[in-house]
Design a binder for this molecule. Structure first.
Ligand code: 13P
Length: 288
């Protein structure tokens, strides 16, 4: 069932668990994540960066594929199709294509401009029943060409943006897209605590979910994080499983070169990663 992310995140915040956003790259990714969510009776958010959207032939293709898959696979758990780190124009294109949720990443604008643009997007999105994520501070590292300096969010700015009526708020708290460097000093729980105090009921979003230790994830959830984004970890799992298959020469045995066989270990690896994260985030059985 394609829905906005609003209700599932309100429930997650009240129930002290988090819903996973898993970024998609192609048909296999989308199908694996949807099937795992259904099997585990978990709500789920499919994340689409603008780069991945382009790769998959545009937002219309992505939205149509997702809707068709939800119907054909009989997916009844709540699924949000969410634009990840959207530009202003990108957010409008995704909404028009049928996405049920968008992130407007205005973190690189001055706060006044971020507020103006966010307001406009909220008004138009809410009129169409679409949820909105905004970002304050910046997520470090690079994702699909979006580069963030890793500035830690100012809790007062978070409150300003939350008060505009966004449905979820991403705040930079030392989190990074991609793998964490060996000298990473961890999440700024002191800042998260202040943000949570100032923003109250607002579901908070933790980007850069790959490689954050389980105890930090649990603590972040206890401090109000209700949505956790995971991208790189599924890519690493897919790549490692595919490598094992090919290095074992399986593609050379019989019809092992058939893409349905060649991609199967990677698909299983994505499913296992998504399952592990849903267990850690506490979203299993929370679809009803
Ligand atoms: P990772 O690639 O580090 O898991 O981050 C995903 C993310 O935050 C998507 O916005």
């Amino acid at each position: 069932m394609l829905v906005s992310a609003t209700e599932m995140l309100k429930k997650a915040k009240a129930g002290h668990y988090a819903v996973g956003q898993f970024n998609i790259n192609n048909l296999e990714w989308t199908k694996s994540i949807l099937q795992t969510a259904q099997e585990l009776n978990s709500p789920v958010i499919l994340g689409v960066s603008e780069g991945a959207g382009k790769y998959m032939c545009g937002f219309n293709t992505v939205a149509d594929m997702t809707k068709a898959m939800i119907e054909t696979l009989g997916i009844t758990v709540p699924v949000a199709l969410h634009l990840d780190h959207g530009t202003y124009d990108g957010a409008y294109k995704a909404m028009k294509a049928g996405f049920s949720s968008v992130m407007f990443d205005g973190s690189h604008y001055a706060i006044d401009e971020n507020i103006e643009k966010t307001k406009q997007i909220i008004a138009d999105a809410h009129a169409a029943g679409i949820s909105v994520e905004a970002e304050v501070g910046a997520i470090g590292g690079e994702e699909d060409g979006v580069i963030g300096g890793g500035e830690v969010a100012d809790p007062d700015e978070c409150k300003m943006i939350a008060d505009l009526g966004v449905d979820m708020l991403a705040a930079g708290i030392g989190n990074i897209h991609g793998k964490y460097p060996a000298n990473w000093t961890g999440l700024r729980f002191d800042v998260l605590e202040k943000i949570q105090e100032k923003t109250g009921e607002m579901p908070l979003v933790l980007h850069g979910g790959t490689g954050i230790p389980a105890d930090m994830i649990r603590k972040a959830i206890s401090l109000g994080v209700s949505k956790i984004n995971v991208n790189t970890e599924c890519q690493l799992a897919f790549a490692a499983a595919t490598r094992t298959y090919i290095e074992a020469g399986k593609d050379l045995e019989g019809k092992g070169f058939d893409p349905r066989k060649l991609l199967a270990p990677g698909v299983e690896a994505i499913k296992a990663t998504v399952k592990e994260k849903m267990e850690l985030f506490g979203s299993i059985g929370k679809a009803d």
